[in-house]
Design a binder for this molecule. Structure first.
Ligand code: GAR
Length: 194
């Protein structure tokens, strides 16, 4: 069996995307991945409880220096931002160039960048009268949501949707494409580039 790729997951909130990765590793769908550490920007993030239940080492790191220290200590080869509500320092991006991926709850380049995160995205999509939204997995570069897109999937916006109902529909898609996006990032790493 080939060596598993070590992945660290950065979180800030509920951690349903993290849970999707944990479940897919457990049931063999993400066979060549090992989640070696979950690092949270907040100590009250439920994502930490999910990680602990799965037996994954956790850390709370508020400062970017601490995040970098934890990443290095974990031996992570790939970093996944799964509902991480901070912007990474240029130092971390340089250290893990083309090895950091993010899940974003819109069809980038729409509804992304500074100020567009979490429920704010879905609120803006509904207010604009969009008929479709979706989710995007992309590499992380120095900008906010500007890195190369790995994959994207659309979901419909339905009449009567609230930000919450749309968020729930988009989340289901996120859980699938984050795992597929991670697989691609692992393959790209093994091939020696993006
Ligand atoms: C997800 O919808 C994720 O795409 C979004 O936060 C939510 C976290 O949910 N991320 C961003 O908006 C980043 N800009 P989760 O904690 O249940 O995975």
């Amino acid at each position: 069996m080939s060596e598993k790729t070590k992945v660290a997951v950065l979180v800030s909130g509920g951690g349903t995307n993290l849970q999707a990765l944990i479940d897919k590793v457990a049931d063999g769908q993400l066979d060549d991945v090992e989640i070696v550490r979950v690092i949270s920007s907040r100590e009250d993030a439920f994502a930490l409880t999910r990680a602990e239940k799965a037996g994954i080492t956790t850390a709370v790191a508020r400062e970017q220096q601490e995040v970098l220290k934890e990443l290095k200590a974990s031996g992570a080869e790939i970093v996944v931002l799964a509902g991480y509500m901070r912007v990474l320092s240029p130092e971390i991006i340089a250290e893990y160039r083309d090895r950091i991926i993010n899940i974003h709850p819109s069809l980038i380049p729409k509804y992304c960048g500074k100020g567009f995160y979490g429920m704010r995205v879905h609120k803006a999509v509904i207010e604009a009268g969009e008929k479709e939204s979706g989710a995007t997995v992309h590499y992380v570069d120095e900008g906010v949501d500007t890195g190369a897109i790995i994959l994207q999937e659309k979901v419909p916006v339905l009449d009567g949707d609230t930000p919450e109902t749309l968020a729930a529909r988009v989340l289901e898609t996120e859980h699938e494409i984050l795992a597929r996006g991670l697989e691609r990032a692992v393959d790209n790493l093994k091939k020696g580039g993006k």
